[in-house]
Design a protein around this ligand. Structure first.
Ligand code: ASP
Ligand code: MG
Length: 439
């Protein structure tokens, strides 16, 4: 069985819901995970904000506006009065429930209940629509099988058992619809898997039912075409190893968050990224298979700052790096690239909020130099050290470009360069020519 996940924009209007419905009704049995309609979770967060600030009037205004929007969606989505009425009633009950929270004390617990409404409504709408169309669709209540433990980590044993029980109730359904993002915690309270958590839901469900494939459908084709950060002139990236996908995630590629695909990766279930705007395209398959000796993609990230700390005290000393790293840690600033020599260390950061304090502290340990407006260029592919020729090829491409740092060997799937932002375009073009077009 396959698990398909559609994000907020893919179910963002009545029209889009109809398109999703068309896409998923092919006679094959499947589980479909849905997000809330786009913008809804943000609006629910806003409502909660007003309630935290003890402003029920502000909250009610937004609640009414959101409810009016949903009324319109319902009118557009269904063709029969029966389904219009049935869904309208459901939505009204959910909104009345949200309103009941404007009258009492408001805590994190209440906020989570409110945040869950977006997915509860979207899945109800789509299930009803499919049923109106005569499709054998069943709603699986995520709150009855998706669960986290006392450490707020998903509980795979519970999920597997409860989900199987729910599937057994309707063994012949064609489509099982369920809510992404929402769950219950170890105490049975309504909770969620953090913002954007629907991908995580899909991955957990895929692992629980030992799916043949998990499909993540978006309407932005992040891996290629629209994404200026990824350059691959020859063809879209068809296949990535989970680790390659993780490397690319830092570059803001519209790709999955590495923690979200962890359950799929461990269960060895391939994840396919697909585009609702181009449903017949094969998309990008992420799996545990490595394509031997192949470079997959080049990505870039701007606004990087490089810091060099040079000290003769570092020579033959131990504990020097720890002291340097502790400074960054104390200012909650994460280090991305790092290069060392016997007497110096260079690091790159992308968060400069505490740059001045960091520099001040670093000066205790050596001479400090800073380079701003830098850019990380990252080459991703099968770069295992025993392979020969790839480092040389990448380096050759950078022949005419001043390179501030090079990092290789941190993982088997990456080589990174730090260059000036102004050289980015040239570097990307040259890497693309050398690595993909054999120029
Ligand atoms: N609706 C939730 C959010 O906007 C979960 C998701 O879309 O993945 O964060
Ligand atoms: Mg989302």
């Amino acid at each position: 069985m396959k698990v398909l996940k559609f994000g907020g924009t893919s179910v963002g209007s009545a029209q889009r819901m109809k398109e999703v419905a068309k896409l998923i009704t092919d006679g094959e049995q499947k589980i479909v995970v849905l997000s809330a309609m786009s913008g809804t979770t943000n609006t629910l967060v806003e409502i909660s904000d007003y309630l935290y600030k003890k402003n029920p009037e502000g909250a009610n205004e937004i609640i009414n506006r959101l409810e009016a929007k949903y009324k319109q969606h319902v009118n557009e989505l269904y063709s029969t009065d029966e389904y219009k009425q049935k869904t309208q009633e459901f939505i009204k009950a959910q909104f009345d429930y949200i309103r009941s929270y404007t009258k009492d004390i408001f805590t994190l617990f209440e906020e989570k209940v409110i945040l869950a409404q977006g997915e509860l409504i979207s899945t109800n709408m789509v299930t009803n629509y499919l049923q109106e169309q005569g499709v054998n669709a069943i709603l699986l209540p995520a709150l009855e099988f998706m669960r986290t433990d006392k450490n707020s980590e998903p509980d795979p044993v519970y999920i597997k058992e409860k989900l199987a029980a729910h599937l057994e109730i309707h063994p012949d359904a064609e489509i099982y619809i369920t809510q992404g993002f929402i769950c219950r915690n170890a105490y049975g309270e309504i909770d969620n898997l953090q913002r954007g958590g629907s991908d995580y839901t899909a991955s957990l469900i895929g692992a629980a039912v030992n799916a043949s494939e998990i499909q993540i459908w978006t309407d932005i084709d992040g891996m290629h075409d629209n994404d200026p950060r990824i350059v691959d002139k020859t063809s879209p990236v068809r296949h990535l190893h989970f680790e390659e996908a993780a490397e690319l995630a830092y570059f803001g590629a519209k790709i999955l968050h590495p923690t979200c695909v962890q359950p799929a990766k461990y269960a060895n279930i391939p994840v396919r990224l697909l585009n609702t705007m181009e449903p017949t395209a094969p998309g990008t398959l992420i799996s545990n298979d490595t394509e031997k000796g192949k470079i997959k993609a080049v990505a870039a990230k701007d606004n990087i700052t490089a810091i060099k700390i040079k000290s003769s005290r570092m020579l033959l000393a131990h504990g020097f790096l720890r002291k340097v790293f502790e400074i960054f840690e104390s200012y909650q600033t994460s280090i991305d690239m790092i290069c060392t020599s016997e007497v110096g260390v260079s690091v790159s950061i992308d968060n400069t909020k505490h740059l001045n304090e960091i520099l001040d502290d670093l000066k205790k340990y050596g001479t400090v130099t800073v380079d701003q407006d830098m850019c990380i260029i990252c080459v991703v592919g099968d770069l295992e050290w025993e392979n020969v020729g790839f480092e040389a090829k990448a380096l050759d491409a950078m022949r005419d470009i001043p390179v501030r740092m090079i990092s290789f060997g941190g993982s088997n799937y990456n080589i990174s360069f730090l260059i000036r932002e102004e050289d980015k375009k040239k570097a990307l073009q040259s890497l693309s020519d050398h690595l993909f077009n054999n120029k």
